[in-house]
Design a protein around this ligand. Sequence first.
Ligand code: HEM
Length: 405
Amino acid sequence: MATNPVPDHVPPEMVRDFSLFTSPGMAPTPNGDPHAAVACVHAGPPIFYSPFNTRDGRGTWVITRARDQRRVLQDAETFSSHRSIFASALGENWPLIPLELDPPAHSVFRSLLNPLLSPKRVTVFEAAVRARASTLTERIAASGTSSDVMEDFAFPFAVNIFLRFLGLPDHRLDTFVGWANDLLHGDDVKRPAAARTIVAFIDELAAVRRKEPADDFMTFVVQAQVEGRRLTHEEVRGIGVLLFVAGLDTVAAAIGFDLAYLARNPKDQEWLRREPGRIVVAAEELLRAYPTVQIIRVAKKDIEFEGAPIRKGDYVSCATMIANRDPTEFESPNTIDLARPDNRHAAFGYGPHRCLGSHFARRVIVIGLEEWLARIPSFRIKQGTAPITSGGHVFGIENLILDWS
Ligand code: HEM
C-alpha cells in the first residue's frame, strides 16, 4: 500500500492505521466483513487521522462517536459537502445536486426534489415492486436449489424497480449496473471511464427530454424552475447523475448484506419467515449493522475538534458504520438484535443531507425480503463459496451464492 503523506499540522500520535477501503494488508479485507472491521475504533480516541481513508491519495480525520458525527453533519458553516467527488474523477469541478451543495443553495434544490421521492410516490409504486420481487423469486424457486443472489435477485430486482421509478429504460439494466460497479468499485482506469459514460448518458437524456418531454424524472428536471429560472445545464447534469448513481448499487447491496446475514443465522431466518410482520423492524437493524454509504465533509476553516487541529481543506470522515456501532448509542452494538427497539441508526445519514431516497430504499428492501423469505426455503451460504465484500465510499457485496438443497 502506498503511504500517503501526513500533513505537518497532524500530531503523529493522532495518526492511526485505518481504512474503509479494501486494500491489501489493510482492514477491511476483501473476504472479511468490512463492517465488523470498524468495531474496535470506539475503544480509542473520539477522533484520529487516517492517511489512507480516501481514493484520491488523501487522508481523513475519522470521527468515532455518533454524537460528534452529528455535530459535524449539522454544522455546514464549518464542514462543507462540496467535494466534487464524481466530477473530480473527470478532472472537473461541478457538484452532485443536492449532495455536494451547502446552504443556502442546498435547501433550494432539496425542496425541488423532495416530491420526486416522497413517501406518497413510493406508496403508489409498491404494487409494481412486489410484482417484480414475486416474479423473480418464483423463477429462482422453480429453477433449482441454489442462486447467485446478486445476479439473480438483488440487482435485477432493486435496480429494475429504481429505473422504472425514475422512468429510465430498464432493458439496459445490466449495462447500467456495470457502469455503477466500475464507478464505485473499479480501478483508476475503469472509474473515470465509467464517470464519462454516465455523464454522456445523462447529458443525452436531458437533451432528448428537452425536445420530447415524457412523464419521467428527467423531464421533471429539465422543466423545473428554481428562484424563477430554469436550471442550468450543469445543474441538470448534477441532479441527473446523482439520482442515477444513488440507486444503482445501494439498495441491491443492502439486500445482499441482509440475505448474507440471514443465511448465516438460521434461527433469525426462520423467525422472520414465520413472522413476516417483524421484517420492517428487522430491516432497520440490518441497516444499522450493515450500512453501505460512508460520509465525508471538508473543513471550511481551521477548528479544534475534540483536541484535533483540523485545518481548512482537511477531509473529515463520518462513517455511518462507525456511528452505528457506537456503544454509547446502542446497547451491545455488535450483537444483531432483529427486534432492537428505538433504533436510531445513521445508515441514511443525519442533518440537512439525510438521504432523500430513504423511503424508497426502505420499502424496496422490506418487500424484497418478504418475497424472498416467502418463496425460498431455509437457505445458507453455498459450501465452498464465500461472499466477497468491498469497502470504499459505498460498500458492495458480490458472489453471494445461497443454497437450499
Ligand atoms: C440502502 C440504500 C441507501 C443508503 C444506505 C443511502 C444512504 C445515504 C446517505 C448516508 C446519504 C447522506 C450523504 C451525506 O450526508 O453526504 C444519502 C444521501 C442521498 N441519497 Fe441515499 N442511500 C440509499 C439509497 C438511495 C436511493 C435509492 C436514492 C434515490 C432514489 C437515494 C438518494 C439520495 C440523495 C438524492 C441524497 C442527497 C440528499 C441531500 O444531499 O440532501 N439514496 N444517502
